[in-house]
Design a protein around this ligand. Structure first.
Ligand code: APR
Length: 240
């Protein structure tokens, strides 16, 4: 691990356009379970298979059951940023990191101070009425009984990308721009199994592709450096 950290330090010190691409594994050290690890959300027993619940068709047909799950398993308003979020914000502050591209919906990168955060799968902190478009705070959602409704009577939907839904075009275009410009791409805490998010990595053209993940991913062979470990500990070990 020592040599790997040394290589990571060298890559960072010789880069000025670092982009981070992350997933649920970045937030596990903040107490938020990921999806596909053995203790992840998709392994937990629930009234319906969790992967079915977080789909557009389920949201439309079983809205009350969706919200039971959303409030119980997707809202973590007390979670705090961990060293991974904090170090990435520091790298941005010193001008080395230009963007965090995340699949997470927990807002922890912003809480840690990151400014350019591209949320491929949206955020639980943004909610809107499906009829009139009025925006609602997450507190309104967590404080509501059953399905939250707008003052106009419409159903409120969290601004999270459910299965069967498209990602935001502007977020995708900006993410591709940053990855194309990156001289270093750090990927962390993601199984890289969900598209189109994982497909964005194909736009990286540099030679400092770093993967920091507890388990293997389909991109391990293509990475210039693979560190199998806890991303909070690994990034925390980097002295800037
Ligand atoms: N440090 C490093 N890696 C970690 C850590 C950690 N502390 N904790 C977990 N991991 C790794 C796991 O080994 C796993 O490979 O992070 C990865 C998390 O993978 P997933 O649970 O599949 O999460 P993610 O890749 O973000 O899922 C992508 O799938 O369900 C959809 O929309 C959901 O955004 C999510 C998408």
């Amino acid at each position: 691990m020592h040599n790997q950290l040394e290589t990571l330090r060298q890559f960072i010190s010789t880069s000025n356009y670092i982009v981070f691409f992350g997933g649920a594994g970045v937030s596990t050290e903040s107490g938020i379970p990921d999806f596909r690890s053995v203790d992840g959300l998709y392994s937990q027993k629930y009234k319906y298979p969790p992967e079915r619940i977080v789909s557009r068709s389920f949201f439309m047909s079983n809205t009350a059951d969706y919200y039971d799950f959303h409030k119980a398993r997707l809202l973590h308003m007390d979670a705090k940023p961990n060293p991974a979020h904090i170090k990435l914000a520091e790298l941005e502050k010193i001008g080395k990191l230009k963007a965090v591209i995340t699949q997470n919906i927990d807002g922890l990168h912003q809480s840690a101070g990151s400014v350019k955060v591209l949320e491929l799968h949206g955020s639980v902190y943004r909610n809107f009425c499906m009829e009139c478009g009025l925006n609602y705070e997450v507190k309104f959602i967590s404080g509501s009984e059953g399905v939250p409704h707008c003052s106009c009577g419409g159903v409120i939907k969290p601004d999270v990308v459910l299965f069967e839904e498209a990602l935001d075009d502007d977020v995708m275009v900006e993410s591709i721009m940053h990855i194309k410009n990156a001289d270093m791409l750090i990927i962390g805490g993601t199984s890289l199994g969900v598209y189109p998010a994982a497909g964005l990595l194909n736009y990286y053209r540099g030679s400092k592709l770093v993967l920091i993940n507890k388990s293997e991913t389909p991109w391990d062979e293509r990475a210039d450096l693979v560190i199998n470990g806890s991303i909070g500990e690994v990034l925390n070990a980097i002295v800037l």
